[in-house]
Design a protein around this ligand. Structure first.
Ligand code: SAM
Length: 216
């Protein structure tokens, strides 16, 4: 019996060690050269464990998302936040879902169709530095677990500021388990340098969410 318990404990330790080693390697790669989450990892974005600590409607509420608004979801991935935003803006609103990877956008397209909100969603296959939107067009922008993957953060934040209305809101959230995790202090410095002001922040078991206002 003791041998079986020892063997199981050893296996659990090995699994933990492998997972920790994997995280360390991914983080080091992201630090050296920020890059988009490979599409093979897309299932992790809607994994039940992630949904245990991440609550899209709560973050959207914090950003003041409501009926008839225009929302930008930068780095939409599989569409977890795009869908939630599409439900909250209603038939009179619009959600612009942006992603650098066509494979991620394709998953967003499928998932918004599955929830019958595709008429409120525009998909944009492009990067963060050159958004296909006019100036002052967006009420609220979401950057969830994405800023750390973008190499030129000031360029992305300046572009977000351009498309946001004066007084528009920027919600940034990140998670400890994200290999491209960015500390809130660093996000805040970058956002303030770009002309945003922090309004609110919440720390949770999984990470944090923060709300900034566009002080144009
Ligand atoms: C970790 S995923 C997060 C997805 C989604 N926001 C969520 O929380 O479920 C980050 C996403 O940002 C996209 N991304 C990374 N860099 C980008 C860039 N420079 N411009 C646009 N999208 C980018 C990636 O392709 C990926 O789909």
């Amino acid at each position: 019996m003791a041998t079986i318990i020892d063997a199981l404990a050893n296996m659990a330790l090995m699994a933990l060690g492998t997972a920790a080693g994997f995280q360390v390697t991914l983080r080091a790669q992201q630090n050296l050269q920020p890059h988009p989450l490979p599409r093979q990892f897309a299932p992790l974005l809607e994994h039940p464990l992630r949904l245990e600590y991440l609550d899209p409607p709560r973050i959207l509420d914090m950003a003041g998302v409501g009926a008839d608004m225009t929302v930008l979801d930068l780095g939409c991935g599989t569409g977890l936040f795009t869908r939630a935003a599409a439900h909250m803006v209603g038939a009179g609103g619009r959600v612009h879902a942006v992603d650098l990877q066509a494979a991620m956008l394709a998953q967003t397209a499928t998932s918004v169709e599955a929830e019958a909100v595709q008429a409120r969603v525009s998909l944009h296959h492009c990067g963060a530095y050159d958004l296909p939107l006019p100036d002052d067009a967006v009420d609220a922008a979401l950057v969830i677990a994405t800023l750390g993957e973008i190499p030129d953060k000031p360029a992305a934040l300046n572009e977000l500021r351009r498309v946001l209305l004066p007084g528009g809101r920027l919600a940034v959230a990140d998670e400890w388990l994200n290999p491209a995790f960015m500390r809130l202090g660093v996000v805040r410095r970058c956002a303030e340098d770009a002309g945003f002001r922090i309004l609110h922040r919440v720390h949770t078991l999984g990470g944090y969410s923060a709300l900034f206002i566009n002080d144009k």
